[in-house]
Design a protein around this ligand. Structure first.
Ligand code: HEC
Ligand code: HEC
Ligand code: HEC
Ligand code: HEC
Length: 344
């Protein structure tokens, strides 16, 4: 081998060594979750784990136990209590302290109340909270197929923020230059919502709002498509994948948490989490339709989206990167007011 050749080889080697420091060692741990050879593997990144664990720790707070003894109820004592009237005065007051720490720890009671007049309905935040209270109780009593006994509280979505970190609005898609490709149909622009892929950037309006589109795209029989009413287009398929990427990212799991990837469509071969996810896919559009969307007129303009719609919920609003919010730790024993409407 001549010297210039050796030089080139050395340069290549050097470039490779330099490049190697550009990509991050993935540091992943993989766990086999199914039969050997079926590719049923769950991978987790050690580096993101510590951050997720600290985000999903429930802060210490004084519990507010159910108080069902004799004594006046909140609705008998206060002027304007429409949702939590079934609580005792002590439980009601404890609940106010708890929601303050979950939703407006910096601002305190006056985030929702006019100082000196707690019955006043002046602040929009109070009206919104009242609907949120009804929603929280509805989730915990009517959507147990999804939230199980774990349930949710205001903290699940808010985590100490006035506005939950993960909300969504309808999108027009990014602006494009005028001309033949003036409309991109929200495609071909890498979007954070869908794991930086360039598929449909807003799967939410399509699958998670009032009239959710059908998700199933895989034909059940080979050509010719006998007995299949509508043959899904490539775009329908991409749209489904956008939603699936959102679901995986929201829960911090691989597709294999819910599918055996040799047959995405087959329920028999899917892990049980897919059924829980299916209930979630029924719940989220209902929550948006019943509670979040109708709040539009209640919010000030700065809370609305670019197209004027109200902020809405996705899988990430509760899950925030883990397969069960707070790793499945329940708060309902400490805060039973949120279990549902109490029998009188
Ligand atoms: C995140 C919003 C929010 C915060 C923060 C909040 N509240 Fe409330 N509060 C409400 C809502 C909503 C109602 C009405 C509940 C209902 O209709 O069942 C209410 C009702 C009340 C009432 C009954 C008033 C009446 O006469 O009708 C009192 C008293 C009260 N809150 C005290 C407090 C105190 C004290 C704090 C701070 C420790 C506080 N609240 C923090 C939302 C909030
Ligand atoms: C399933 C998720 C979820 C739960 C549970 C939830 N919220 Fe919300 N909340 C939202 C979303 C989404 C918004 C809209 C965000 C915005 O205002 O931009 C919101 C908005 C609010 C706002 C308006 C904040 C603002 O500054 O505009 C208040 C106040 C509020 N929630 C209180 C509560 C209270 C109190 C509870 C518990 C009884 C609760 N929320 C439970 C999702 C949730
Ligand atoms: C948290 C659970 C979950 C995860 C993670 C998940 N899926 Fe799904 N997937 C579902 C559910 C539930 C359905 C069925 C929805 C329905 O039928 O309404 C589905 C449906 C599908 C379908 C349509 C199947 C058919 O019958 O046409 C495809 C394709 C698909 N998923 C691909 C993926 C891919 C690719 C990933 C990873 C990027 C993924 N999924 C991650 C739960 C999940
Ligand atoms: C209102 C909050 C909330 C929303 C929104 C939500 N989830 Fe969940 N989800 C939960 C809770 C709480 C649990 C834990 C249930 C339990 O402990 O049994 C859970 C559990 C799950 C599980 C089971 C995980 C496991 O390891 O067994 C899956 C899968 C799941 N959710 C998928 C989804 C998908 C997909 C969406 C969006 C379509 C979604 N969730 C939206 C609250 C929520």
């Amino acid at each position: 081998m001549n010297t210039p050749m050796l030089g080139k080889l050395a340069a290549c080697g050097f470039a490779l060594i330099m490049l190697q420091s550009c990509w991050e060692a993935p540091n992943t741990q993989s766990t086999q979750t199914g039969f050997r050879g079926t590719g049923m593997i769950d991978t987790k990144n050690d580096k993101t784990l510590a951050n997720l664990q600290s985000l999903n720790r429930i802060p210490e707070a004084a519990p507010v136990p159910a108080d069902t003894g004799p004594g006046p109820k909140a609705k008998d004592v206060f002027e304007n209590v429409q949702v939590l009237g079934d609580l005792s005065v002590a439980e009601f007051t404890g609940t106010m302290v708890a929601i303050t720490s979950w939703v407006s720890p910096e601002e305190g009671c006056t985030y929702c109340h006019v100082a000196g007049n707690f019955a006043s309905e002046e602040l929009y935040t109070k009206a919104v909270s009242r609907r949120m209270m009804e929603m929280t109780r509805d989730i915990n009593s009517n959507w147990t197929d999804h939230v199980g006994e774990t349930g949710v509280t205001c903290l699940t979505c808010h985590r100490g923020n006035n506005v939950p970190e993960y909300i969504w609005f309808e999108q027009d898609g990014p602006r494009t230059a005028a001309g033949m490709s003036a409309k991109s149909y929200q495609q071909n622009h890498a979007a954070m919502n869908v794991g930086s892929t360039s598929m449909l950037s807003d799967p939410f309006s399509k699958y998670l709002s009032d009239e959710p589109a059908a998700i199933r795209v895989i034909a059940q029989n080979a050509l010719p498509y006998k007995g299949v009413d509508a043959i899904s287009s490539t775009q329908d398929t991409e749209n489904t994948y956008s939603l699936m990427v959102h679901m995986s990212e929201s829960l911090g799991v691989n597709c294999t948490a819910c599918h055996n990837t040799r047959a995405f469509t087959s329920w028999e071969q899917s892990p049980p989490a897919r059924m829980t996810a299916w209930h979630g896919l029924q719940m989220v559009p209902e929550l948006n339709k019943t509670y979040l969307e109708p709040l539009g007129p209640t919010y000030p303009a700065n809370r609305l989206g670019p197209l004027g719609d109200a902020p809405k919920v996705s899988c990430a609003t509760c899950h925030q990167g883990v397969s069960k919010p707070f790793y499945g730790q329940s708060m309902l024993e400490d805060f039973p007011a949120w279990k549902g409407v109490r029998d009188e």
